[in-house]
Write a protein that binds this ligand. Structure first.
Ligand code: NAD
Ligand code: IPM
Ligand code: MN
Length: 358
């Protein structure tokens, strides 16, 4: 039976990087007869321009029908003046929430060829392989009440609510412990339990779940320290689990350890393993339409899709190996350039990966 993949290019560099990733997907589909069928859809600013909303019902219907979703990125200056409730970013939050994709896996793996592209010293990052498990459908991103209100003194006040229920914490903790069991059995839970009650509960529930995973060595760290430790000695971490906002920030930070934010893929999974796959970076309006964006994070997101949604682990390995071979040839986009490399554009990088696959 064929499997359907909904492709949502989005905005900015989204369509450029998705084009290269789709070419990889189409190539492996053909080569290995995977039975994958691709469908297109609109999200973000592209959807606002055509339908007036960032996550049209039609896109939602397609997403519900699909076995997996591949997304580029959303947002850009064109839509920045819109109310937050109808901005492109709201479309991304809506698809994550409506599909219940609470488990966000953001692996930060350093390809050895890129050790010198990292802004950290090579010995600090060499061999780096960490996994950030970010809660994706709760916390301050979704907490009510929220808004901007006028106080009695006439001054305006912006407010958001940081909250997590026990069940929300428990299910993401289970994802993290399960991931740790498949790796080095070491988990660091990141919170701000010295200040925020919501994360006092977070810590308590993570401790409770830990009882079911006696083999996993669990530690807790405050988020400010975690940010510092990530750049001081990132290899102390194996799996990190944290809430929505902390995970957003820490994963951008971890991305730089691998050379560039253009290298980090992600999987966002629901309770049953249905997933959406996207690079962790944004729509990079500063480099859009210039053939400068690194497509590797999106290509590696395709690899995560094949591994997690469809169980095609060998094909996923093949894509990752192809990326590695391209890096062996010293082919680099601007963001991961180093001395003596050949700098190429988005299209050429995509073509180079493709050439290793066919
Ligand atoms: P960004 O991640 O888009 O860009 C940050 C910096 O990284 C920029 O200098 C950009 O050129 C660079 N960069 C990002 N991806 C790259 C790639 N593949 N190759 C080379 N360089 C790359 O973050 P931002 O500038 O804060 O946000 C821009 C827009 O993207 C905003 O509208 C924001 O809301 C949106 N955004 C969307 C997502 C998403 O769709 N998942 C994620 C983050 C930001
Ligand atoms: C990400 C992005 C999104 C987030 C934005 C665009 C809503 O930064 O995927 O990391 O904050 O989750
Ligand atoms: Mn982010």
């Amino acid at each position: 039976m064929s499997k359907q993949i909904l492709v949502l290019p989005g905005d900015g560099i989204g369509p450029e990087i998705i084009k290269e990733a789709v070419a990889v997907l189409v190539a492996v589909n053909k080569k290995h007869n995977l039975g994958l069928e691709l469908v297109d859809g609109l999200i973000g600013g592209a959807a606002i321009d055509q339908h007036g909303v960032p996550y049209p019902d039609e896109t939602h219907a397609k997403a519900m029908n699909a076995d997996a979703v591949l997304l580029g990125a959303v947002g850009g200056p064109k839509w920045d003046a819109l109310d937050t409730a109808i901005r492109p970013e709201k479309g991304l939050l809506a698809i994550r929430s409506k599909l219940k994709l609470f488990g966000n896996l953001r692996p930060a793996i350093l390809y050895p060829q890129l050790a010198s592209a990292s802004s950290l010293k090579a010995d600090i990052v060499s061999g780096l392989d960490l996994l950030i498990v970010r809660e994706l459908t709760g916390g301050i991103y979704f907490g009510e009440p929220r808004g901007i209100r006028t106080l009695e003194n006439g001054e305006r006040e912006g407010y958001n609510t940081y909250k997590y229920s026990e069940s929300e914490i428990r299910r993401i903790a289970v994802v993290a412990f399960e991931a740790a069991m498949k790796r080095n059995k070491k988990l660091c839970s990141v919170d701000k339990a010295n200040v925020l009650e919501a994360t006092v509960l977070w810590r308590e529930i993570v401790e409770e779940v830990a009882k079911d995973y006696p083999e996993v060595e669990l530690s807790h760290m405050y988020v400010d320290n975690a940010a510092m430790q990530l750049v001081r000695a990132p290899k102390q971490f194996d799996v990190m689990v944290t809430g929505n906002m902390f995970g957003d920030i820490l994963s951008d930070c971890a991305a730089m350890l691998t050379g560039s934010i253009g290298m980090l893929p992600s999987a966002s999974l629901d309770q049953n393993g249905k997933g959406m796959y996207e690079p962790i970076h944004g729509s990079a309006p500063d480099i859009m339409n210039q053939n400068k964006a690194n497509p590797l994070a999106t290509i590696l997101s395709v690899s995560m899709m094949l591994r997690y949604s469809f169980g095609f682990a060998e094909v996923a390995d093949e894509i990752e190996l192809a990326v590695s071979k391209v890096l062996d040839k010293n082919i680099r986009t601007l963001d991961i350039q180093s001395e003596g490399c050949t700098i190429v554009g988005t299209k050429e990088m995509g073509a180079a990966v493709l050439a290793e696959l066919v």
